[in-house]
Design a protein around this ligand. Structure first.
Ligand code: PEP
Ligand code: MG
Length: 661
């Protein structure tokens, strides 16, 4: 029994719709296969199905054999022909993304700061500490393959099934924990699906039936499945390799009777040393007790860095293989501000860091006095000192720091965290939560700024020679109105809260603003037609390309505000890749060329009477703030950890005019 059809499922059978499809297939007794371009896979394995990579508008055949074959084919074909199949359930399965957000270059310090005892990495979160080393290198599961006698095979399979059951039970227990964050819940749910998948578990059982011991069989099946994922072209699917390995590892450990180490037992004030810390481990780590984080992987804008900064934990990341040199250390000194660490530091280093650490604690206590300061210019205009955020988890830290709203909400993380494009409802809820948290201060939400270097489930990116000059930000969004309009509708819905503003990234042409406005009007018409409550929002643009600077006077006539993105503006003005440390010297916002671009932008905004702010890293620099404000900037948005220092700089009269509390 078989039937062919054209797949209408939105974005095809990627993670969530694939999982739902598999669940439906499993509800029938019949053996069911799905065939694409001559390749047939079991419809009861989400791993195999994901690897088949069934896209929207492709032709597939559903083939079934068994008692209820006809019903199975009918139900599955119906599913494939439903554009919204698998997408309608709110808060669909999120999973960890194995890919980090782009790492921004951190200018290397003067070479003389480097000594043989100090390992330099990315200065990801400032602060200094000396603490006991806590090495977190989950060990490789040893493979000692041995053959199992024919009469022991059934018992070995039973052992394997028990181990799988234990892992799934642990995951079920984790899911039942009410304190588990929604995003972490989704990570566990995704891993649980894999732990039940016949490609992995069935593959392992087949190896045991051939006489291999269960641990080796699990490792073998994991490697084979992970290799299939690693080989596919789709960068998102490639990233799923980590999930497969994580599940295989947990089953192997259960077979060996070993516990996966976790971070809950880390001693107070210890410095965590790891090659990488996955989202799942980080979510369970007691960040308020950790003295510092040192990692082989990660950059200044990686998830670890963002979380470390929002908890004021010093962090040095991106040490690469040198992280292994720290694995045996007893004590670690870390300077997150300058980006170096020392293993078993000598006395002068210890006391230098301890002094720095004490000074930082004192400074934090002193700066806390500025938390509620509302800085003003001499003419009474409020200078908004706002926060740059990437997720709702950071709201608390930003409010704690005294953020006057949000000057940049990077929506990328929301897209990168999920195994499918976040639904309009999920986005609207996220943006509304943000708006409510900071009301009446404004929250500026940036529309999706994603490029070929950051995979997102459901968006195919071409391989590009120069992703920074490529299909990113507003360019991609305008080419994909199906994705962009979902976000715009969600933003319009969240705007009923009254304090939502929206800005477009990477604008280099007035037409991009005009086209965005057309799409916004279309969204308004759609929301009106469906009687969905919404409100209009102020639309602004990021000024982060030289083109935008040069047309700033024209742009100012069409938007409500500018926000200067100095991170990208600097790299584009100076033609110096922000990720390339060899040109870090040129990647300097204080270069006269960049400063001139900022002045031109501010002047155009002031003359047009629109608000101009800044959300690049430079906004938090106390040495530059006075200059920015003199140029006409009235909003400065920064990492929450910089807010109080910036407020102090303004309040202490760097403007030559009294700022008031
Ligand atoms: C910038 O470019 O300055 C900016 C704030 O955006 P991002 O760092 O997210 O590219
Ligand atoms: Mg940018």
């Amino acid at each position: 029994m078989e039937r062919s059809t054209i797949v209408r499922v939105h974005e095809g059978l990627h993670a969530r719709p694939a999982t739902r499809f598999v669940r439906l297939a499993k509800s029938f007794e019949a053996d069911v296969e799905i065939v694409k371009e001559g390749k047939a896979v079991s419809a009861k394995s989400s791993v195999k199905l994901m690897l088949l990579s069934v896209k929207e508008n492709q032709e597939v055949t559903v083939r079934a054999n068994g008692a209820d074959a006809a019903e199975a084919v009918e139900a599955l074909i119906g599913y494939l022909e439903n554009p919204r199949a698998g997408l309608d359930e709110e808060q669909g399965t999120e999973t960890k993304t194995a890919v980090e957000p782009t790492t921004k270059a951190v200018a290397p310090e003067a070479a003389n700061d480097e000594s043989k005892d100090r390992l330099r990495g990315v200065a990801a979160s400032e602060g200094a500490a000396v603490g006991r080393a806590f090495a977190f290198f989950p060990r490789q599961v040893d493979r000692q393959p041995h053959l199992v006698a024919a009469h022991e095979i059934d018992a070995e399979i039973a052992r394997l099934r028990t181990a799988v059951g234990q892992v799934r039970a642990r995951m079920t227990k984790a899911l039942a924990d009410a304190s588990l964050a929604e995003s972490d819940r989704a990570i566990v749910a995704a891993l649980m699906d894999i732990a039940a998948d016949e490609a992995l578990i069935g593959g392992a059982e087949a190896l045991v039936r051939k006489g291999l011991d269960a641990v080796s069989a699990v490792i073998g099946a994991t490697e084979a499945t992970a290799a299939e994922f690693a080989a596919v072209e789709d960068s998102y699917l490639r990233a799923r390799t980590d999930d497969i390995n994580a599940v295989g590892r947990q089953i192997s450990l259960a077979l060996l009777g070993e516990e996966e180490p976790d971070l809950s037992g880390i001693p107070d004030g210890a410095i965590l040393i790891a090659d990488d810390i996955g989202a799942w481990d980080l979510a369970r780590a007691p960040l308020n007790r950790i003295g510092g984080i040192v990692c082989g992987k990660g950059g200044a804008t990686s998830h670890i860095a963002i979380i470390a900064r929002s908890h004021s934990v010093p962090a040095v990341l991106g040490l690469g293989d040198r992280i292994r040199d720290l694995a045996m250390a007893k004590e670690i000194a870390i300077d997150g501000g300058r980006g170096w660490v020392a293993a078993d530091p000598d006395e002068p280093t210890r006391s230098e860091i301890l002094k720095l650490g004490e000074a930082a604690v004192k400074e934090r206590a002193m700066l806390a006095a500025f938390k509620d300061t509302v800085p003003r210019r001499a003419d009474g205009t409020v200078i908004e000192v706002a926060a740059n955020l990437g997720s709702l988890e950071e709201i608390e830290a930003a409010k704690e720091a005294g953020a006057m709203g949000v000057g940049l909400f990077r929506t990328e993380l929301l897209f990168m965290r999920h195994t499918h494009l976040p639904s309009e409802d999920l986005q609207a809820e996220t943006y509304a939560t943000l708006a409510k948290a900071f009301a009446p201060w404004p929250v500026i939400i940036r529309t999706l700024d994603i490029g070929g270097d950051k995979p997102v489930a459901g968006i195919e990116f071409p391989q590009e020679e120069n992703p920074f000059l490529g299909w990113r930000g507003i360019r991609m969004c305008l080419d994909r109105p199906d994705i962009f309009k979902v976000q715009l509708r969600a933003l319009l819905r969240a705007a009923v809260n009254g304090n939502v503003k929206v800005m477009l990234p990477m604008v280099s042409d007035l037409a991009e603003v005009e086209q965005s406005k057309v799409l916004i009007e279309e969204c308004i018409a759609e929301l009106t037609a469906s009687s969905t409550p919404f409100a209009r929002f102020e639309l602004g643009v990021m000024i982060e390309t030289p083109a935008a600077v040069l047309i700033a006077p024209q742009l100012a006539k069409h938007v409500a505000f500018f926000s200067i993105g100095t991170n990208d503006l600097t790299q584009y003005i100076m033609a110096a890749d922000r990720l390339n440390s060899a040109v870090a010297r040129l990647n300097d916002v204080t270069n006269p060329a960049v400063m001139a671009a900022i002045e031109i932008t501010a002047k155009a905004a002031v003359e047009a009477g629109i608000m101009v702010g800044m959300c690049g890293e430079a906004a938090g620099r106390p040495d530059l703030i006075a200059r920015f404000i003199r140029s006409g900037l009235t909003e400065l948005s920064m990492s929450p950890s910089s807010i109080q220092r910036a407020k102090k700089a303004i309040a202490e009269g760097v403007l030559g005019a009294g700022a008031t509390g």
